[in-house]
Design a binder for this molecule. Sequence first.
Ligand code: PBG
Length: 334
Amino acid sequence: MSSENSTTATITNRPRRLRRTETLRRMVRENTLTVDDLIYPMFVMSGEGQKVEISSMPGCYRFTLDLLVEEIAEIYSLGIGAIALFPVIPENLKDDTGSESYNPDGLVQRTVKAIKQAVPRILVITDVALDPFTTHCHDGIVDENGVILNDQTVEVLVKMSLSQAEAGSDMVAPSDMMDGRIGAIRQALDTAGYIDTRILAYSAKYASAYYGPFRDALDSAPKFGDKKTYQMDAANSREAIKEVALDIAEGADIVMVKPALAYLDIIYQVKNYTNVPVAAYNVSGEYSMIKAAAQNGWIDEKKVILETLLSMKRAGADLILTYFAKEVALMLHK
Ligand code: PBG
């Protein structure tokens, strides 16, 4: 008998009843994070036998193709079903229009083939944007006044997508934020017979300072200006729905919100708006903040990682791109 009985007898609803034991908490739990939710973004560089840690992303590496394939075999065995591939392109292969992006023998194309040969069942998602391939590091073609040219860029994105599909990519993921690119890519893929190549659209991608460490990883910080004429303004949410609606109408199979943590409200709104699966990108800066605090001993890293990713599930994400994927897969296996 609790001594609280007499004084609190008038309380009819006691939500704490359902929190009293771990078994009960598990029974009434509304959301769970599983390894099926995870997509692992990975960086590939040219060369052989090397793996170089990214200084602003402790625990993340640029791998040469051979070591990347070994790593992918390992993460697939941990249950991770998909990777998102980002290439580090040597300076001498970059130009103003990103033409290396559709070289049939380019780094991305060779890597996709090698992965599909070694670990055929892992889903390979390839990024469609010009920034790893351009000398100025913008996601599109730039005119003499520094203006990003939409329609000329879309033409290159189409060539890039076709070349990735040809190499065996399971899903192309345009992260460039040009207008009309989803429709143009869908039509070109279908015309070429790639009717089953899926499109994961970075639909609501914000101009965010959280991409800093990723740009270190790829050496891809823009050489002039910023990305605010194509990526979205952090102040806007209705515009996210507009972008999502357009991408779905143009043929996107999955839509994405990026970044995730500072945009949980956007994930929630997009989820309520649409029936297509919603992905969230737990971006580099979100990863590095947790790593830095953990390295200082200021937070419990594992618990913070799980709580953070669960918040994205709760907001409505069906899929999460996260650099924590391998660590989380290991945690969930225990
Ligand atoms: C560029 C691209 C970026 C990221 C993925 N694709 C950076 C940018 O837009 O400048 C960022 C991912 C991350 O920060 O983890 N197309």
